[in-house]
Design a protein around this ligand. Structure first.
Ligand code: SF4
Length: 201
């Protein structure tokens, strides 16, 4: 089957998927992702928020504004980036609000595993050369467990792809408040700018 047909089938399957709700989680149906074949960069976040779930557009809420601010610093303007590259998440449906009043509920291990085959198929079909792993959930999915401070500011080669970890851009991410974290983020963005220029992406 042609790759475009496979991708269209995958997208339809993701949009129809109700596995997390069927497993009893308070997830809102409606997988959120964007992009198509030919994307050389794939952004993988944690899960969409309420704004993304309502609009169907990944990273279009406050966290997305911060992420695209970082990417603009690297040399990627939002409109062009969205038109050229692929954006998805470890779990593709809005998991609902967290109980603590700050931020969204983090998808459980079960939900992450339920959604993992979709992410594997997206990676196989899109075959990006560079993956931006945004937030601890995405970073652990791609690189395994380690403190965030050991990941941000570095780049990794996984299955022939360059993985660049970035912190979660949510305002609820207190990790970003520490001066040493901001320094690691600065290093990550400097490295990403060099990579973008070197790869012509
Ligand atoms: S998060 Fe993934 S596995 Fe869960 S319902 Fe949405 S698409 Fe399906």
């Amino acid at each position: 089957m042609a790759r475009m047909t496979q991708l269209l089938n995958l997208k339809a399957e993701m949009r129809r998927c109700r596995r997390c709700m069927d497993a009893g989680y308070p997830t809102a149906p409606g997988a959120v992702f964007s992009g198509t074949l030919g994307a050389r960069v794939m952004v993988i976040g944690q899960a969409p928020g309420a704004t993304e779930s309502a609009s169907g557009l990944p990273f279009c809420g406050p966290a997305g504004r911060r992420l695209f601010g970082w990417l603009a610093d690297v040399g990627w303007q939002e409109e062009a980036f969205r038109a050229t590259h692929y954006i998805t998440a470890v779990t593709k449906c809005f998991p609902g609000k967290g109980t603590g009043g700050r931020g969204d509920r983090a998808p459980s291990r079960v939900e992450r595993e339920l959604c993992a085959p979709f992410l594997a198929r997206e990676l196989e079909l899109i075959a990006p050369g560079v993956v931006l792993a945004v937030g601890g959930v995405a970073i652990r999915r791609l690189l395994g467990p380690a403190p965030l401070g050991d990941r941000i500011g570095e780049r990794f080669l996984v299955n022939g792809r360059i993985v660049v970890p970035l912190p979660h851009p949510s305002g609820a991410n207190l990790w970003l408040n520490r001066p040493e974290s901001r320094e690691l983020l600065r290093r990550a963005l400097d490295g990403l700018r060099e990579l973008r220029e070197a790869e012509g992406i």
